[in-house]
Write a protein that binds this ligand. Sequence first.
Ligand code: RIB
Ligand code: CA
Length: 318
Amino acid sequence: MGSKPDERVPLILDCDPGHDDAVAILLAAADPAAELLAVTAVAGNQTVDKTSYNARRVLTLAGRKDVPVAAGFAGPLVGELATAEEVHGSTGLDGADLPEPALELDSRHGVDLIIETVLGASRPVVLVPTAPLTNVAVALRKEPRLKGRIARIVWMGGAAGEGNVTPAAEFNAFVDPEAAAMVFSAGIPLTMVGLDVTHQALLEEVDIAWIRALGAPVGTAVADLLDFYRGFHRRRYAFSGFPLHDACAVAEALRPGLVRTLPMAVEVETAGRWTRGRTVCDRWGVWEREPNVQVGVSIDRAAFMAYLRQILARYRRA
Ligand code: RIB
Ligand code: CA
């Protein structure tokens, strides 16, 4: 009698923790539907030394020191790194007292950890980048065999509508538009979970309260992180809540269909003086070209919040 096939989703996270990346990692680490194979860090919200350190701290908090973590690129393919210190603070995870890492940094470069993990997986892997796409773009360029071994890419990034770091561009696309353009033209099934989606699934003060009620260490740490993270959004945006951008991408990867998408031809602007980093989404097919991206247009907020509660509750103080 053969063993039951593993129905978990084989997952690699490429991230730049970052408060919302931290929640994304906690979800992927605790969801029984996920087989979290590896976490790679890239420069984005903070420098790659900080994002890779933060990824290891969050996995330690999650009790998942079994998951390999490697540091990837320290900056974009072209130009200088722009971080988001005003959002995430000088550590990248300001606001909480997180544990020191219980796992060493993998000696491989993040690109090589992605390549070796995908090629070594028994099934096609779902790649969930929640950061600038520098690591992913170089991995796809360095190892063409990845194309047949990645089931789909679910990226938190981009926006069909307005941006958040310029009026035209969302942060992950803005930091490395050349990398994004390479991934968007790689021919791998790509779901873009952009700001159009993540701004429909805002958390409120009351959500921080139930997270805090989960108790130490995870509930307390996440609530402290979100109290800090909420402050930026209260100052910047008219809306009262705050978006957990990256958690939406993990939720879609593990609960496919949570995000409603439309197939569109999408180009990434790399030259525009005011528009560099814009994901230009052909919503009405005016280019008359084959779609290359499933663009997120809405999210079932109730289902997302139920998912968040269901999985974070697994960290309830024992
Ligand atoms: O624009 C939001 C995205 O940029 C999120 O992934 C956030 O963590 C930052 O990386
Ligand atoms: Ca991120």
